[in-house]
Ligand binder design. Sequence first.
Ligand SMILES: [Mg+2]
Length: 215
Amino acid sequence: MPICFDLDGTLGHFSSGFVLLREALGDLWGGTPTVEELGRCTGSTDWEIVDDLHRQRFGRPLDEVGYQAYEAACVARFRTAFCPGGQAPVAFRGILAGLHLLAVTRPVWVVSGNAPGLLAFKAEVLGIDPAIPRLGSLPRHSRTSLIQLSLRGCPGPHLYIGDRPHDLAAAQAAGLPFLAIGPAVPGQHPSLDPEVEAQELVDTVESILGAERQN
Ligand SMILES: [Mg+2]
């Protein structure tokens, strides 16, 4: 019964993320994608977004080599920006502590739209236990299919925890219940404030899973 957490906006945030993504692509592609180009992207994972921007710029899909180049450039940008003495991310301490409490008794994953190398860097900076598995954005995978990958071979009930409407949509498409962090996801589902204490997260998750078992 994996409990899957999104990262950005759910466990904390790295506020300049899209600026660094655009700068990294600008170095690689000889021109920074515009905010308008970014706004036309419909996906929520790095693969989907960079593939969409690549099609807009070059008229053809992204390939694995191009994605790896993006990932390396983006990780380098983040390592420079979020070094000791530089920018610091906002960490949702109670949510992170709750994630680690939950991981004591059940499978917990971080399933994020970040490219795998970027997810590894962000998870390290946020102090997430390296033993907690993480799954980043893979070529030709949507957020829904990433969630489904993390569930393979595991009995339910499962849960996806995220902060954006695309997280809710992915949870619904994968057939999972959803817990929102913050106010940005309209609809009827449980939600918690990002500043919540760890035990409230644990209690809320247990309540959702208990209700799922009775369904
Ligand atoms: Mg998010």
